[in-house]
Design a protein. Structure first.
Lengths: 252, 325
């Protein structure tokens, strides 16, 4: 069963075609890494999945349910609002620039959505926040404001915040690119644990080491096209696509 | 705290300067005649003819018995001139008996200021309450206007824009005038009986347009990532606004809203067009009836005190809201 699947997903900003017929699917428990040069459309793809961008054409499935279908900027079908929102909640997202709520403490950041979206009581949410923050190693920062934490701690807090909604799949958009090099490891460590625990994940990353080690499958994206797809071994050692070859040579 | 001390010091210095200044001015020839005064002149020493006196003293009334002439001065500025001429006519040995001491002894600046204080404080209350009430009412109205301006809905957005366009684009003076005098002409049901109420409505409507812009700018200054993170967590637009965006925007609104308070405090002087006695109108009234500019000193001091109250309240608010930074 696929958790998330897109068929011929296209996205344009005006005349600019950013995504061209991207068809990908992610199975339960799978970790998919998306790599590719800057401007390839990787972020846009994740944002389209999570409804932060409306797609131009194509189909989006969550849990094998057709969530929406677009055709040249016109909506062809969409689930009723409630159902749509429920399915979108199955995705948790972690941003490159954390996007923590600066006016709330770590616990409050984690509690916000469970209380106001999940309808969980405050005391329960507090317990949930403590659990999630412990998972990412921030037990001692529960009452700190984000500005008091290091970049690595902030990103781990953002992961805890997303996990508190019990998503089926986590989307990571370059979670470590805004971090100082010495802080990258702690975030990747949390993500590896998460992968090991069976979480389905899509990770846009420039950390080839992580992609190699933790991903089941790697997609190379270039100019809005999913140009090559394969196991980390195949793709890193023997890329077929000339652009992929070039890209890997330039960064490895 | 430091600011309050500076204001108090400034007020004290102003009062000190003003009492020194008038100390040197006060005296017999000073123009400030506060009350009718009666003066007795004793001409036993030398001769001053009554007729020449009569000619000199233009407005006084005289009664003479023996050598003593009694002159009663009505309360007007010209009499000091008359008195001066009487004095010029005196010879050594003549006596002047002042029966009404207040004529001679000018009230000191401080005494004058104290005597004006009840009227000034009353007027300050109008100024202050009008400012606070209308800014607070405007804050509520402006949140809706700001959200309207940011709305994707064509009608809401354009209604809000038109509102702001109108109230920012026309003089406040005319808006006050129109609401008090103009509305009843359109329909008698629109008559607003109380001047204060009319001023309150006009100010609220006007300020809301400015504050809406402040709020809109503050909301838009919040990083887009905040809305995206909220949506990704499943919050609705309204929830994201209420729980995430607006709480952060608060802090950025505080300095410009404080500024707005201070501006409005001074703009309230426009209510003179509908005959409401605010601090500025009262000051001008005292100034013209007493023919003194001294009254501006306590009036300005009162404005400074009110301004510093606003600033210190807002500074404290800002400090409290900055705790997470
Ligand atoms: N809101 C937008 N409006 C117009 N163009 C956009 C918008 N968002 C992204 N783009 C364009 O879409 C293209 C793909 O952007 P995207 O952010 O998806 O790339 P990316 O693969 O994530 O790159 P990077 O590695 O730099 O993050 C870029 O050319 C970008 O300029
Ligand atoms: Mg990107």
């Amino acid at each position: 069963m696929s958790v998330v699947r897109t068929e011929n997903l296209c996205k344009s900003f005006g005349q600019l075609e950013v995504l061209k017929d991207v068809s990908l699917s992610v199975e339960q428990g799978e970790v998919l890494a998306i790599i590719g040069p800057s401007g390839a459309g990787k972020s846009t793809y994740l944002r389209a999945l999570n409804h932060l961008e409306t797609i131009t054409s194509g189909k989006l499935y969550i849990d094998d349910i057709l969530v929406e279908e677009w055709h040249h900027g016109h909506m062809k079908s969409k689930l009723p609002h409630k159902e749509h929102a429920r399915l979108l909640l199955k995705m948790g997202m972690v941003f490159q620039r954390f996007n923590l709520f600066p006016h709330l403490t770590a616990a409050e950041n984690v509690m916000l959505a469970p209380v106001h979206v999940g309808g969980v009581s405050k005391t329960e949410a507090r317990k949930l926040a403590e659990e999630q923050l412990e998972k990412v190693g921030l037990s001692d920062k529960i009452n700190e404001y984000p500005s008091k934490l290091s970049g690595g701690q902030q990103q781990r807090m953002a992961i805890a915040r997303a996990l508190a909604m019990h998503p089926e799949i986590m989307l990571f958009d370059e979670p470590t690119s805004a971090l100082d090099p010495e802080l990258v490891g702690e975030v990747l460590g949390v993500m590896k644990n998460l992968a090991k625990s069976g979480m389905t994940m899509i990770v846009v990353t420039h950390e080839m080491g992580f992609a190699r080690e933790a991903a089941n499958r790697v997609v190379f994206m270039c100019d809005g096209v999913a140009a090559e797809e394969g196991s980390p071994d195949e793709l890193f050692t023997n890329p077929q696509n000339p652009r992929a070859k070039q890209f890997l040579q330039s960064i490895l | 705290m430091r600011k309050a001390a500076v204001v108090i010091a400034a007020v004290l210095i102003m009062l000190a300067v003003s009492s020194c200044a008038s100390g040197s001015l006060s005296g017999l020839y000073e123009e400030d005649v506060l009350r009718p005064a009666r003066v007795k002149l004793d001409f036993s020493g030398d001769s001053v003819t009554l007729t020449s006196l009569k000619g000199d003293l233009l407005t006084g009334t005289f009664t003479a018995s023996g050598d003593v002439v009694e002159i009663t001065f009505p309360p007007a500025e010209a009499h000091a001139l008359g008195l001066r001429q009487v004095m010029n006519g005196l010879r050594s040995g003549d006596k002047i008996i002042f029966e009404d001491y207040t004529f001679l002894r000018m009230p000191s600046a401080l005494e004058k200021i104290i005597s004006w204080m009840p009227a000034l404080l009353n007027a300050s209350w109008i100024t202050l309450s009008l400012t606070v009430l209308s800014v607070c009412a405007a804050l509520i109205l402006s949140v809706f206007l700001a959200l309207g301006k940011l709305s994707k809905n064509f009608i809401t957005r354009n209604l809000s824009n038109a509102y702001v366009f109108f109230f920012r684009g026309t003089p406040l003076l005319m808006q006050i005038f129109f609401i008090y005098y103009g509305l009843p002409l359109i329909h008698s049901a629109l008559t607003i009986q109380s001047r204060y109420m009319a001023a309150f409505i006009a100010f609220t409507l006007n300020i809301a347009a400015y504050v809406a812009e402040i709020i809109r700018a503050a909301i838009q200054s919040i990083d887009k990532g905040q809305m995206e993170a909220s949506k990704a967590l499943g919050l609705s637009y309204a929830q994201a606004m209420r729980l995430v965006i607006i709480p952060q925007a608060y802090r950025r609104m505080i300095p410009p809203i404080c500024n707005e308070f201070v501006m409005v405090l001074k703009d309230t002087s426009l209510v003179f067009v509908i005959g409401l006695m605010d601090l500025t109108s009262q000051t001008r009234k005292i100034q013209s009836s007493n023919n003194t500019t001294l009254v501006f000193i306590p009036a300005m001091a009162l404005y400074l005190v009110m301004t510093s109250v606003f600033t210190s309240v807002f500074n404290r608010l800002e400090e409290r809201l900055s705790r997470y930074e």
